[in-house]
Design a protein around this ligand. Structure first.
Ligand code: NAD
Ligand code: UDP
Length: 336
């Protein structure tokens, strides 16, 4: 399994996956419509690795162009990251999210089936769990997403399970990411949100850099130690390592599998701010505001299954997450 199609490969996580794949001697073909990314990132990937990759600007909703990609290239497996991911936007534009994420994946899987390519690693999300009473969250927990984005992920997961049930020749790895943060150690690639960031870590980085005046903390009345929301932040490089392990596992132990990728540790918003301030020496001005709609109090993963079955482990802690975000932010104050 050497030729990997990476859908969404120009995005935040996809670009880091490309680096890891190239460094591990895979051949990489990136498919991306650049709706939330810039092609410049792929030059950075080449700079970091000293290797080349192929890129096609294709939208998965365009069935003809997607078909051509499969006709014109040799593909052994797909890492499928292409999708829209903003929870708030998905509440406002549900049809757009269902079409892009669900129909895009349907088109992709139809093409894969037609060409007898049956190996896929899929980017799912901890959002599929919604609010959970029992922590840490295991893969066996009931799913109950609280927003359209999360529901698109769950629909896709179920679609993949149905595909497998109908044809067990498929090899499917569903990876449920917790909160990916951080950047490549070179500072050349990282998260490059368009406009004002939605997520905590890139927001804090832009406040520290003086690009945004202050951070709004969404609620300090949650049932947590300091009242702010608790999440399981995972360094993007550790997340990526999980993908390479999952890809290898598809060969060793074919079938369908589902793993949480987090660290198993929960950090509150105030703890993240304190960690970032300690690393950067910058004060983060902040203000407590009301809760954000759809937010839950505490989310953190039980990652023992991934550790055991994928022989995967996490190398980076909160210090590295903050250091690497800051290096990326300082080296690229306005992104790519
Ligand atoms: P991203 O937006 O940086 O990357 C996604 C890429 O997919 C972008 O480059 C975008 O242009 C592309 N894309 C979107 N729709 C497309 C389409 N129809 N056809 C072709 N390309 C398309 O996001 P990311 O943070 O790198 O996330 C990657 C995947 O991981 C997504 O599926 C996301 O839902 C999932 N995920 C992300 C997080 C997170 O916090 N970043 C958490 C859990 C899951
Ligand atoms: N958060 C915040 N201010 C922000 C962005 C996020 O207080 O500007 C909080 C949010 O309420 C949650 C945590 O930070 O408790 C992580 O939010 P993020 O959007 O990064 O991830 P997700 O909600 O997807 O877990």
């Amino acid at each position: 399994m050497k030729n990997i199609l990476v859908t969404g490969g120009a995005g935040y996580i996809g670009s880091h996956i490309c680096v890891a794949l190239l460094n591990a001697d895979y051949k990489v073909l990136v498919l991306d419509n650049l709706s939330n990314s810039k092609v410049a990132v792929l030059e950075r990937v080449k700079e970091i690795t000293g290797r080349s990759l192929q890129f096609v600007k294709v939208d998965l909703l365009d069935t003809q162009k997607t078909a051509a990609v499969f006709e014109e290239n040799s593909i052994d497996a797909v890492i499928h990251l292409a999708g829209l991911k903003a929870v708030g936007e998905s509440n406002k534009l549900p049809l757009h999210y269902y079409r892009n994420n669900v129909v895009g994946t349907l088109n992709l899987c139809e093409r894969m089936a037609k060409h007898n390519i049956k190996n896929i690693v899929f980017s799912s999300s901890a959002t599929v769990y919604g609010e959970q009473q029992v922590l840490p969250i295991k893969e066996s927990a009931a799913t109950s997403p609280t927003n359209p984005y999360g529901r698109t992920k769950l629909i896709i997961e179920n679609m993949l399970r149905d595909i497998y049930n109908a044809d067990p020749d498929w090899n499917i790895s569903i990876l449920r990411y917790f909160n990916p943060v951080g950047a490549h150690k070179s500072g050349k690639i990282g998260e490059n949100p368009r406009g004002i960031p939605n997520n905590l870590m890139p927001y804090i980085a832009q406040v520290a850099a003086g690009r945004i005046e202050r951070l709004c903390i969404y609620g300090n009345d949650y049932p947590t130690a300091d009242g702010t929301g608790v999440r399981d932040y995972i360094h993007v490089l550790d997340l990526v390592a999980g993908h390479i392990k999952a890809l290898q596992k598809l060969v060793e132990r074919p079938g369908i599998m589902n793993h949480n990728l987090g660290t198993g540790a929960g950090y509150s918003v105030l703890e993240i701010i304190a960690a970032f301030e300690a690393i950067t020496g910058k004060k983060i001005p902040c203000e407590i505001v009301g809760r954000r709609e759809g937010d839950v109090a505490i989310v953190y993963a039980d990652c023992s299954l991934a550790k055991r079955e994928l022989a995967w482990s996490v190398d980076n802690g909160m210090r590295e997450m903050c250091e690497d975000v800051w290096r990326w932010q300082m080296q690229n104050p306005t992104g790519y």
